[in-house]
Every structure is written in C-alpha cells, then in structure tokens.
Design a protein around this ligand. Sequence first.
Ligand code: PBG
Length: 326
Amino acid sequence: MSVFPQLRLRRLRRTEPLRALIRENRVDIGDMVYPMFAVEGKGIKEEIASMPGVYRFSPDRLPPEIEEIAGLGIPAVLLFGIPEHKDEAGSSAYHPEGVIPQAIRAIKRSVPELIVITDVCLCEYTSHGHCGVITDGRVDNDRTLPLLARMALSHVAAGADIVAPSDMMDGRVKAIREALDSESFQHIPILSYAAKYASAFYGPFREAAGSAPQFGDRRSYQMDPPNVREALREVEQDINEGADIVMVKPALAYLDVIRRVRDTFNYPVAAYNVSGEYAMVKAAVQQGWLEEKRIVMEILAAIKRAGADIILTYHAKDVARWLKST
Ligand code: PBG
C-alpha cells in the first residue's frame, strides 16, 4: 500500500479536466422532476411568497411554461392541484373535470412526450386539510383507500403517465394498482412516496397548496423523523403492493434513509428535495449569504451520492440552465 510521499491524493485534483475524469456522481437533468402547482380558474399565474420563482398556474396558463420546461431538457413534471371547492371528503380530488385532469390535458396538448406525474393525496382537497377522510375525529385509513383509487383513475384517464400517492395510508398502493388494472391501465407505473416523514420542511408547500391541517397534525400517518428501520418496512410494504419506484421525502435531512433504501432494494429510488429545503436556500441567497449555483449543485450531488436515481426539485429549471451554460 502506498503512503505519502509516494501517495498524493491531490494529484487527481489539480485541474478541472482531471477532477471531471474521476468524478463519481453527476447531476443530470435527465433525472430531474419539476414539481408544479395547478390552480383552478383562468388566467392565473401567481408567485408563492415563500418559494420565490415558483408559481401557481391555472390550466390555461400552463402551456408556455411547459414548453419552456421541455425546452430545457427536463423530462418530467409532478402536478399538485389546488381546487376551488374543498369539502369533508375531498370530492374535487376525483372529479373527472377537476383541476388536475384539466391541467394534464393542457400539458399533453402542448408537449405530449413530457412525462406527467400526479400527486395522489386528499389534503389539498379536504376542508380539514388531512390526507384522508375523518371518522370520529380520526383519519380513517380504509375509507380513504377507494377515494385515492378514484383520484388516481381520474388522473390516468386524463392522460397522466405515472401516479404518485403521497398520503401515507396503509394499503394505498395495492388499492391504486387494483383500480388501475381493472380499468386496463396495467401499463401505468406507481411512484410511491414510500418513506414520507412528518416534516417541518413542508411548511412552504402548505402555504402554496393551502393544505395545512385545520386540527391536529400528520403524525398519525407520516413517519417519525428519528426512524430508519421503519422506513425500510414502509418501502418493503409498498414494493409488495406493487410500487414501481419508491421515494424518500424529504431529501437533505434524510440522506442516510436514501442510502439504506438504495442498498436494500433493487428498485428505482426517488428523493424529494422539498419546499422547505428550497425556501432555506432561496432565503439565504437573497440575503447574499450563500452562492446559489454552488449550493444547489452541492445539495443535488449529495442526494445523488446518497443513492437517488431520480430527484424531484423546485431548482430543476435553474439547474438545467446552469448545466447548459457550462
Ligand atoms: C401532500 C404532499 C405534501 C408534499 C407533497 N405532497 C405536503 C404534506 O404532506 O404536508 C410536500 C412537498 C414539499 O414540501 O415540497 N400530502
């Protein structure tokens, strides 16, 4: 074994071409998914205060944005819906003419090959803001499952390419898989938010989607942040129920979870670089305290190094521009 002075690790760091030659992980725009918010109505494009550079679009305003995204080489978007009408059962979530079916059709008319992934969860559609229906003050797992299945079906019928359940009810992947298969959608993959933690990093998202719970919190269904073995059981359960891609969320504070999932299962692993992670970077950049491009590329490289194949990130458009200019 060679040691100093024969061994000098600095030799391979001397120039950028040398560093590039031995680089172990790369941020690739082909692995990115750009999350977007579709709001019911017409003529709407409004910026989300705590997420500078991220907007809510009504379906009619989506096409130019979608053409820009596709032109930047981003292969996929993830859609969240903000309905006009909310009720106890989240009925706008599975309405065939709801905001998400409208948004999907608008996107597919403008760029048919862009992969459209839809978030499947009731919290943006329920008056109480929980991810399931309420029975006697509690989030009712089993009564929620058929509603999630209907929601997924309404998205796929409108042209969604992948559905992504994010509610954390037990059994939802199975319920959705069975519903899709019974309607001849066997070819549509499920990306499950398999290890989704009850995280304070979702704060800006809840402002964006108006989906904060009106009572209690999400800790009876989302995971407890200190746990990692439980995350592996969640992922295993979703794979057994038919998930095609498994996701860890959030990303940055959960890099160890990404790594454990990567090493344990031979399934594609996605990581969600969530709203609060984005907002922290933007706030510090606006103060002049951090250098945006370097910090974002470092964060995304860390998520790749942890083992993610796919990264969902609000930085995707900026990353695409930076990668093009280098
Ligand atoms: C819906 C959902 C949430 C996010 C994705 N899907 C919010 C939540 O669970 O409270 C968070 C995304 C982000 O913070 O960027 N259940």
